[in-house]
Design a protein around this ligand. Structure first.
Ligand code: NAP
Ligand code: 3JN
Length: 342
């Protein structure tokens, strides 16, 4: 019988943790035992794993004895503290937070783009930010064909990226406004219902936000090319689930929209949805709950020598977080990399 693994999910009760449990079960990941971990508040509650229910336990420094793989999604401070503890206990960590993404010795992996970077892992592997993941899946085949020089991206990010409480806030504020009551603002700095917020995460000294910084730095690291210029504007929109992106690309060499369409159609993990005559293009209500990265509105930008515009949509909780993390775990299994170098 092929090897089975003891898998811990840290943050198992959260929005991403919920998707991780579902996706591990859906994809038949070889789990001998699932260990859901969360805060003390959740200890003892029963969580679904496929057709079973498994008891959630409190995360402590002793949680990782005998665990082979730990998928972390409890935030960056928990990852900073507990990922090294898990690694030192002999467990390979796939971390969903920003805690380790730009560390030089930590591979930052999107399996469709840079699977080989996982070969040299030292016990911690980082999963990129959701907005970065869906963009690089689409950029990779185009970069290989014509070398991308510059990326200008604007995101339209769903509230599920902020967690379950933000989805509740969008629903509640929408009801309040439609009933003529002033909306209660708890999660975001301003009303999100019937509005757009050009701020995701905190502002940095240069006027950009941390989310925008993540997109710039993570894209270069995953693509393995520091020469790609990336500039981002990240915007929260009143959509439940599914991030959208308007992406403008400048290439070194010419790449026609037709050739780009062919390259994207042949690439793993991508569905081209691009038939303007029939009003077909990617939309979050279609992408939500599904695995692919959808690309459409593929057209020339004739204001530069070799330019293309794209519209990219994916489920931010699945490909943007939990699915990509599980695919990294699958990659580790396929390449016999489920061990921490001594
Ligand atoms: P969420 O719904 O708020 O869930 C947070 C999870 O962390 C819950 O399971 C919570 O457990 C657990 N937790 C909180 N404090 C803890 C503690 N002291 N010890 C152990 N567990 C603790 O948030 P989410 O939307 O799932 O996001 C979780 C994290 O995933 C984010 O902070 C981020 O780092 C990462 N994330 C990444 C992406 C991406 O772009 N790849 C997207 C979204 C999120 P309780 O239920 O017990 O409180
Ligand atoms: O806002 C979104 O749409 C994605 C959110 C990601 C996120 C939320 C809280 C903390 C992250 C992340 O993955 O970059 C983090 C973090 O770990 O810094």
């Amino acid at each position: 019988m092929s090897r089975q693994y003891r898998v811990a999910v840290v943050g198992a009760t959260g929005a991403v943790g919920h998707e991780m449990r579902s996706i591990l079960a859906e994809r038949g990941f070889p789990v001998s035992e699932l260990l859901p971990l969360a805060s003390r508040r959740s200890a003892g509650i029963e969580l679904e794993f496929g057709k079973e229910c498994v008891e959630c336990r409190e995360l402590t420094p002793d949680s990782f004895a005998g665990v082979d793989i730990a998928l972390f999604s409890a935030g960056a401070s928990i990852s900073r503290e507990y990922a090294p503890i898990a690694r030192d206990a002999g467990c390979v960590v796939v971390d969903n937070s920003s805690a380790w993404r730009v560390e030089p010795n930590v591979p930052l992996i999107v399996p469709e783009v840079n699977p080989h970077d996982a070969d040299t892992h030292q016990g911690i592997i980082a999963n990129p930010n959701c907005s970065t993941i869906q963009m690089v899946v689409a950029l990779k085949p185009l970069h290989d064909a014509a070398r991308i020089r510059r990326v200008v991206v604007s995101t339209y990010q769903a509230v599920s990226g902020t967690g379950a409480k933000a989805v509740t806030e969008l629903i509640r504020q929408s009801d309040e406004i439609l009933e003529g009551t002033p909306p209660l603002i708890e999660i975001y700095p301003h009303q999100i219902a019937f509005n757009c917020l050009p701020q995701i995460d905190a502002f940095l000294d240069d006027g950009s936000t941390k989310e925008e910084y993540k997109m710039v730095e993570e894209t270069k690291k995953i693509m393995g090319d520091d020469s790609i210029a990336v500039t981002a504007t990240c915007v929260r929109v009143p959509v439940y689930n599914g991030h959208s992106e308007s992406v403008n690309l400048e290439f070194e060499r010419d790449l026609s929209p037709e050739r780009a369409r062919d390259l994207l159609s042949a690439a793993r993990g991508i569905v081209v949805s691009d038939d303007p005559d029939s009003l077909i293009y990617p939309m979050p209500i279609v992408a939500s709950g599904t695995d692919p990265v959808y690309v459409g509105r593929i057209r020339r930008d004739s204001t530069v020598a070799h330019g293309l515009n794209l519209w990219i949509v994916a489920d931010n909780l699945r490909k943007g977080a939990a699915l990509n993390a599980v695919q990294i775990a699958e990659l580790l299994v396929e390449r016999d990399l489920v061990s921490v170098p001594g």
